[in-house]
Design a protein around this ligand. Structure first.
Ligand code: ARG
Length: 461
């Protein structure tokens, strides 16, 4: 079959080049966007008197048949057609004859790929936002049950101060909210129609870009054709946004893996989200969480890949740009399943509150509270209070007890300014609840945070 662009050629292209040059194996993912873009373009050409009504009707009928064939699996995808744009146009012309040959008036494939791919990315932006929202709802559900469940807060992966599990989970809630807002802002920034830029410089035909933009749901029309046909910022943005989401997911996945180990035993994954070992019969492995952690690698790779493809590209369209799609398809698929898996894993895991609470009784988690007491009640400068508390910690280690179990007598033997009213400060529950500053871990502040978050979830459905 002769290529649509074969007019100036006297020799057929090599099959090796056909294989190298083609994107048809994967860009068929864009068929809905391509057909909708063609319908909008044809409608506009008719409005402008470039196509007559009969031609328009026949183009639309033909395109609808093409769509049916693709969906029924009877459409023949041929490598020699190079990409979906040419495959669809060729088939349209086979079905409707000469009117099909007029569809490409005042547009180019550069136009088509720019509009198709941008609309695909915008659609996926929305889908990912809604999956992120579902994940956030699950985080809120689990966190709401645990606003007084003690868990050791850590820095350097060492016990630091007592917090509650709801507060800990809501840290991830905050990350996912930022992710959601990032997709939202990318959507707004990129919802601009590229259609009508033609090859690079616009067209002498009397087209109406606002008409196609309106038909396709864009907010406005792009300003500079040269930029527009080779702009892939929208694709890089979604790759970055997905990378950021996966980074957050991988952090939670890592904590879940640690928490599910025998050493921590803070949570147990449901059997549905765990796997076994082929050799060790006793094993129950957190493969789901490990993959959530590991898949950030390929997603970062896709981002770096497209940034590198675009680096130094002269204006305007270059075939390098065809390398934009596979990484985006892969990252989109990866984030979509990851958001679902994380949501399900969270909703089905068991929380071992007792183990979390016992872990708060090691590592002298109330040390900062003792120092704060010395400042507040004994008028001791913080630096000195820190030193005295250090002595109390050393004494506890010597006695082989946790600081929260130290006796008043022992404390007074360290510094006689310490009074009996110190004792409530030593309790880890009180320590957690003492952190009442805005955004702090106290149950009261955690509940306040949960309420605000829930309100946001309802307003952003
Ligand atoms: N398959 C191409 C791509 O994905 C479509 C654009 C081709 N344009 C061109 N001038 N060769 O980028």
């Amino acid at each position: 079959m002769e290529k649509l662009w074969a007019g100036r050629f006297s020799e057929a292209s090599s099959t090796l080049l056909d294989e190298f040059n083609a994107s048809i194996m994967y860009d068929r993912e864009l068929y809905v966007e391509d057909i909708e873009g063609s319908i909008a373009h044809a409608n506009m050409l008719c409005e402008q008197g470039i196509l007559n009504q009969e031609e328009l009707t026949s183009i639309k009928k033909g395109l609808s048949q093409v769509k049916d064939e693709i969906e029924a699996g009877t459409f023949v995808w041929e490598l020699s057609d190079e990409d979906l744009h040419m495959a669809i146009e060729k088939r349209l012309t086979q079905i409707i004859g000469d009117a099909g040959k007029k569809l490409h008036t005042a547009r180019s494939r550069n136009d088509q790929v720019a509009v198709d791919f941008r609309r695909y990315v915008l659609r996926k932006n929305k889908e990912i936002m809604s999956l992120t929202h579902e994940l956030m709802t699950a985080v809120h559900t689990v966190a709401s049950k645990h606003s007084s469940t003690l868990i050791p807060g850590m820095t350097h992966l060492q016990h630091a101060q007592p917090t509650n599990f709801g507060f800990h989970l809501m840290a991830y809630g905050s990350m996912f909210k930022r992710d959601f807002e990032r997709y939202e802002s990318s959507y707004k920034r990129n919802n601009i129609s590229p259609l009508g830029c033609a090859a690079l410089a616009g067209t002498p035909h009397n087209i109406n870009r606002k008409s196609t933009a309106d038909q396709l749901g864009f907010d406005s029309v792009s300003t500079n054709c040269l930029d527009t046909v080779s702009d892939r910022d929208f694709a890089i943005e979604i790759l970055f946004n997905i990378s950021m989401s996966m980074m957050h997911i991988s952090r939670l996945a890592e904590e879940m893996i640690l928490w599910s180990s025998y050493e921590f035993k803070f949570i147990t994954f449901s059997d549905a989200y765990s796997t076994g070992s082929s050799i060790m019969p006793q094993k129950k492995n957190p493969d789901a969480a490990e993959l959530l952690r590991g898949k950030s690698g390929r997603v970062y790779g896709n981002l770096m890949s497209l940034l590198t493809v675009m680096k130094g590209l002269p204006l305007a369209y270059n075939k390098d740009t065809q390398e934009d799609k596979e990484g985006v398809f892969d990252s989109v698929k990866t984030i979509e399943i990851s958001l679902k898996i994380l949501r399900e894993s969270l909703l089905t895991l068991t929380v071992h509150e007792d183990n979390m609470a016992s872990a708060c009784k090691v590592g002298h988690l109330s040390a900062t509270d003792l120092a704060d007491y010395l400042v507040e009640h004994c008028n001791i400068p913080f630096r000195e209070a820190h030193f005295i508390t250090g002595k109390a910690v050393a004494k506890s280690e010597e006695l082989n007890i946790d600081l929260s179990d130290i006796s008043f007598e022992t404390l007074q033997s360290i510094d006689e300014r310490i009074q009996e009213n110190v004792m409530p400060y030593m309790s880890v529950t009180n320590s957690m609840n003492a952190r009442t500053s805005e955004g702090g871990t106290s149950t009261v502040r955690t509940i306040e945070q949960l309420e605000k978050f829930n309100q946001w979830l309802n307003e952003n459905k």
